[in-house]
Design a protein around this ligand. Structure first.
Ligand code: ADP
Length: 233
């Protein structure tokens, strides 16, 4: 037990140091971003618009990585609250509505819990982040199919014993074996401007809530993320 306690201490210290460094990197990034914007007219004048675009995109990517890293390295224990799972889902659907519309994609909510509300005990902010991460990935996966079919994302909840089962299903590009195997690894991404942190953070949050997650995927057909969370008493 002592060993574990010591390890936890070390992890906590490492977390604090990393968070401190991440924070310190943010300030210089902000000033670089400011100055490069001042240089914009000159870069355009000499026909280097592309350089301007790349510099800005890369600074933003670095900021995204730091933002997600800070989020995930906070030792924050979940601040739990009992809430109907469908309420969380509706909020996420609302948040992603405009992006879905832009990509000609439809988001459906289905619930198979007929009469009673399925309640879970969750840190609302963290669990919303999880669902949001997965829905955003679904939107990205659909965009890459490009107009061959209408994008569909289904969010389905049902009761499964003492668990709530939440399925997030898309008809996007799907994944091959090697992607599936590394999906939850920190910094694993197949996207040009991805951080590869979304799913590793989501996995941690789900585990912290005593839940599990399963993934089914088929190339060119789509992907399902199936999350299990304990039903709140
Ligand atoms: P990011 O979105 O920044 O790449 P994630 O950790 O959220 O990081 O996802 C890791 C990788 O998993 C993605 O780059 C993508 O290759 C794959 N992925 C995740 N969700 C899906 C999905 N619904 N369909 C296809 N691929 C997916």
């Amino acid at each position: 037990i002592e060993q574990t306690a010591l390890q936890n201490d070390k992890l906590a210290i490492l977390g604090r140091i990393s968070a401190g460094i991440a924070h310190e990197i943010r300030n210089p990034l902000t000033s670089i971003r400011g100055f490069i914007q001042l240089l914009k007219p000159y870069l355009f004048q000499v026909g280097k618009e592309e350089y301007f675009r790349i510099i800005l995109a890369e600074i933003d990517r670095a900021n995204d990585i730091i933002y997600e890293f800070l989020n995930s390295s906070k030792p924050s224990a979940p601040m739990k609250q009992i809430i109907p799972i469908n309420e969380l889902i509706k909020e996420v659907a609302l948040l992603t509505e405009s992006e879905a519309l832009m990509r000609n994609c439809q988001i459906n909510l289905e619930s198979y819990s007929s009469e009673k509300e399925l309640k879970v005990s969750v840190d609302v902010k963290q669990m919303k982040q999880v669902i949001l991460n997965i829905v955003k990935n679904a939107l990205d996966a659909i965009e890459e199919v490009r107009g061959e079919r209408r994008g569909l994302i289904d969010l389905i909840t049902r009761e499964d014993g003492r668990y709530v089962e939440l399925t997030i299903r898309d008809n996007g590009k799907g994944m091959d074996r090697s992607t599936l195997n590394r999906l939850f690894d920190p910094f694993f991404t197949t996207k040009q401007s991805g951080t590869g942190l979304g799913l590793s953070v989501s996995y941690r949050i789900i585990r912290n809530h005593n839940g599990t997650v399963r993934v089914n995927s088929e190339i060119d057909a789509g992907t399902s993320f199936i999350i299990y969370l304990p039903l709140a008493e």
